[in-house]
Design a protein around this ligand. Structure first.
Ligand SMILES: Nc1ncnc2c1ncn2[C@@H]1O[C@H](COP(=O)(O)OP(=O)(O)O)[C@@H](O)[C@H]1O
Ligand SMILES: [Mg+2]
Length: 285
């Protein structure tokens, strides 16, 4: 039987519901390690009345299913622009983005976002923030509860389930942001400097929590950061961008299982190589 609900004037059937809250299932046929998302010849030029800014210059890369790919590059080089295009929040000037065999032209629940400034709902409790997408997708209350409890636990937020957002520290807010994205099981999670607003210690703890969550639940993640150390700690591969307009300088594999030893000598050379390049791009960190 097909049930129908109407949200903001748009009709959703029970068929959509299954898709909206488990879009990873749409790509079940693609094996782990195979290409899930493809960016081809992406160009973005911002035009205002009196200026033209070329932000992204002909970028192509793939994201493999189950990998965490970091994008690092100088501040202002075009990282958020690329992520916004993948999220469907910005129309590229030219180029093509496909997920599975489907071209992404608008935002969709197969691409979940986590933002630096949290973007949470202050009037909702922690639990109801985490359940938000499930609510929109029409998932019944009991199932929402069961799923949010799992993510509250995974992100160490159990005790804060009924708290309001303003009662939380920045680190906890971002835990809510991550849980809210993960609970939807999107095919790809897009994170734009999610830990950028946090102090160094909190940032390390959150990085570790993310690694822990990924141990139990493989996800495909694109993680934008300007921190080389963060990229090395978290990623399977690191995409290094030039200064604006962003072009791809290099795509580097990071060896070693997670969790990783932050100061391990095996990463010293990789770290140096990326930092030297970024410094050559005349950026002040
Ligand atoms: N909406 C916009 N209109 C005009 N220029 C923009 C807009 N958004 C970003 N830019 C410019 O595009 C360039 C890349 O920005 P962005 O993608 O935010 O860089 P990053 O995330 O790497 O710091 C910057 O020079 C920025 O000023
Ligand atoms: Mg940015």
């Amino acid at each position: 039987m097909s049930e129908e609900i109407v949200i903001l004037g748009k009709k959703y059937s029970s068929k959509d519901r299954v898709r909206a809250d488990r879009t990873d299932k749409l790509y079940e046929d693609i094996p782990e390690g195979e290409t899930l998302l493809k960016i081809e010849d992406l160009n973005v030029t911002y035009r205002t009345d009196n200026s033209t800014t070329v932000a992204v210059d002909n970028i192509s890369f793939d994201i493999k299913k189950g990998e965490l790919l970091s994008i690092v590059g100088p501040s202002g080089c075009g990282k958020s622009t690329i992520l916004r295009c993948i999220g469907g929040l910005l129309q590229p000037t030219s180029g093509k983005i496909t997920i599975g065999d489907k071209e992404c032209t608008t935002a969709g629940s197969d691409r979940g976002m986590v933002f630096q400034d949290f973007a949470l709902f202050p009037w909702r409790s922690v639990r109801r923030n985490i359940e938000f997408g499930l609510e929109i997708a029409g998932v019944p209350k009991e199932e929402r509860r069961e799923r949010s409890t799992r993510y509250l636990k995974a992100m160490g937020l159990e005790e804060y389930a009924d708290h309001r957002i303003h009662e939380l520290s920045g680190g906890m807010k971002q835990r809510v942001g991550i849980a809210r994205a993960m609970i939807m099981h999107p095919a790809v999670i897009l994170m734009d400097e999610p830990f950028g607003a946090l102090d160094a210690q909190t940032r390390n703890i959150l990085q570790h929590s993310l690694v822990e969550v990924l141990k139990n639940s493989h996800r495909t993640i694109i993680f934008v950061t300007h921190s080389v150390d963060e990229a090395i700690y978290l990623s399977d591969r690191i995409l290094v961008l030039s200064k604006r307009p962003a072009t791809i300088h290099n795509i580097l594999e990071v060896p070693g299982e997670r969790p990783r030893e932050r100061a391990a000598p095996e990463y010293a050379e990789l770290r140096r190589k990326i930092l030297d390049y970024l410094e050559s791009q005349n950026t002040i960190f």
